[in-house]
Write a protein that binds this ligand. Structure first.
Ligand SMILES: C[S@@+](CC[C@H](N)C(=O)[O-])C[C@H]1O[C@@H](n2cnc3c(N)ncnc32)[C@H](O)[C@@H]1O
Length: 485
């Protein structure tokens, strides 16, 4: 982020505007909307501005800019097409530590003016950090259509009732949930119709009911998908944003964890640099504990929680403890990676079925029914099979599949760093030397279609989607589960 977004209070403060043409007129309107007193300095003044000159609300000084005119002002905007004047204004303002904006000249600005959606008191500001004001304005236009004009009235209504809600619901989480529920209920449309009295009655009733019911914790077991954040389901995003605590592990992309609310506690329970990971029972116990404290917990799992995700075990623990839960399915690695690699998992000509198999070894060994797996015309998808690829390929050949039977490895599938390595049972083990986790092994004739159907290219230069972000490392500085909510 190049600029810090802040909202500046300029009410009844003097702001200096250099220039009095069309652009200056727009800036004048903006400053006046925020309640500023505006001092305009320009040799000549256009009629639109001249009509607004009034006492000390809008003052006009005819003439050239001189630096001492900035003394005591709150901020300055230079809106002239004279480069020399603009430079002099920028220099004089910076020398006096006064925030300065030179229109269309980001390098001379100490602040920039965003594109604004005004639903006072709700204000949405969009900035492109001066790179493309046109793009920022187009985003503003899109947001405009999403925000009803009655939004300001709703914000006032809520603001007037903050104190009473705080008194009735002392717990922060309970208050937040109350307000969230209110936003999806009848009050916003009732207010939009101008029925303030009815909205007030609905509000009083809802608050009384909420204060009478103690907060109930719950757990959302959420499939976070294979890595690309856009592949999260809509429901997953909604539930994630409700959470007070987010519990996640290594295969959840940091960009997905970022989608939680800023104030939500993030609890990492995956492997750290010392390869220590939290035992499953401890994670399940923590979920129960948090829910019993009345917390809304989002338990994020890579892919789908019910496919090699041990989601079943966590849910059993919750069910046994009587903790309410909801399961949000996710796109499993097989679906995500296959789609992004252009490898259909089934195909009328090549594969009538697909199997999801664990390639996880126990004491370095794989115990699978190889005779059943090696019959062809079926796609075999091995999760956690990277280190066992050589053994998998050898066993499938030993049990009847030909050496030239097609196979592929998809590394960091769906992410910007995706790599698809294709070969066959005899060549693939050598081709994948150096491949990194997470990787998915697909064996079957469908993998040969990658050459024809590939549409998505990753790049080894792209940052890995799974690299722990700073927050992960901080969590790992102590035994992960000890990071208390
Ligand atoms: C413990 S399993 C979890 C699977 C997850 N629950 C799912 O539904 O995708 C982890 C394995 O999933 C596979 N995997 C997950 N995400 C992947 C990705 N983006 N690219 C390739 N393989 C992935 C890898 O085989 C990895 O070892």
């Amino acid at each position: 982020m190049r600029y810090l977004p802040v909202f500046l209070d300029v009410r009844d403060q003097t702001c200096v505007l250099i220039g009095a043409g069309d652009v200056a007129a727009r800036k004048l309107a903006l400053l006046r909307a925020a309640g500023a007193r505006v001092h305009i300095i320009a040799p000549e003044c256009e009629a639109e501005i001249a009509a607004q000159i009034e006492g000390d609300t809008v003052q006009y000084t005819a003439g050239e800019f001189s630096p001492e005119q900035l003394e005591g002002c709150r901020l300055v905007i230079s809106a002239t097409d004279d480069a020399e004047v603009n430079a002099a204004v920028a220099f004089a303002a910076r020398a006096r530590n006064i925030p300065v904006n030179v229109v269309d000249s980001p390098e001379q600005c100490s602040f920039i003016v965003p594109a604004i959606i005004d639903r006072d008191p709700i204000t949405v500001a969009v900035s492109s950090a001066g790179k493309s004001p046109v793009l920022a304005r187009s985003i503003r236009a899109r947001i405009e259509t999403l925000l009803p004009s009655s939004l300001g009235k709703l914000a006032e209504f809520m603001g007037e009732r903050r104190a009473v809600v705080q008194a009735q619901l002392p717990q922060v989480g309970a208050r937040r949930r109350f307000w969230e529920k209110l936003l999806t209920g009848l009050i916003p449309p009732t207010l939009a119709q101008g029925k303030t009295q009815t909205a007030t009655e609905l509000f009083n009733q809802a608050l009384t009911e909420e204060a009478a019911s103690p907060p109930q914790g719950r757990v959302y077991l959420i499939g976070a998908g294979p890595g690309e954040p856009d592949l999260l389901t809509f429901r997953a995003l909604q539930r994630l944003q409700e959470a007070d605590v987010v519990v996640y592990d290594r295969l959840v992309a940091p960009a997905v964890v970022e989608l939680a609310r800023r104030d939500a506690t993030r609890l990492y329970v995956g492997k750290c640099r010392d390869a220590h990971s939290v035992p499953q029972e401890e994670i399940s116990q923590k979920l129960v504990e948090l829910a019993r404290q009345g917390k809304v917990v989002a338990r994020l799992k890579g892919g789908d929680p019910f496919i090699f995700g041990r989601g079943g075990e966590e849910i059993q623990a919750l069910a046994a403890a009587g903790v309410p839960f909801e399961i949000v399915p996710g796109i499993t690695a097989a679906s995500g990676c296959a789609a992004y690699a252009g490898i259909p998992l089934t195909h009328r000509d090549y594969a009538q079925s697909v199997r999801f198999i664990t390639g996880h070894t126990q004491d370095g060994k794989l115990s699978l029914d190889w005779a059943h797996l090696a019959h062809g015309r079926e796609t075999l998808v091995f999760y956690m099979g990277l280190t066992a690829t050589t053994e998998i390929c050898a066993q499938l050949q030993a049990h009847g599949l030909p050496a030239d039977y097609p196979a592929a490895l998809i590394e960091q599938g769906t992410t910007a760093r995706q790599r698809v390595i294709t070969g066959n049972l005899s060549t693939l083990p050598d081709l994948i030397v150096g491949a990194e986790s997470p990787s998915l092994l697909i064996v079957g004739e469908v993998t040969a279609l990658h050459a024809e159907l590939k549409w998505f290219e990753g790049s080894l230069d792209a940052p890995t989607a799974f690299k722990p972000a700073a927050i992960h490392r901080a969590d790992c500085a102590t035994p992960p589960i000890a990071v208390a909510a």
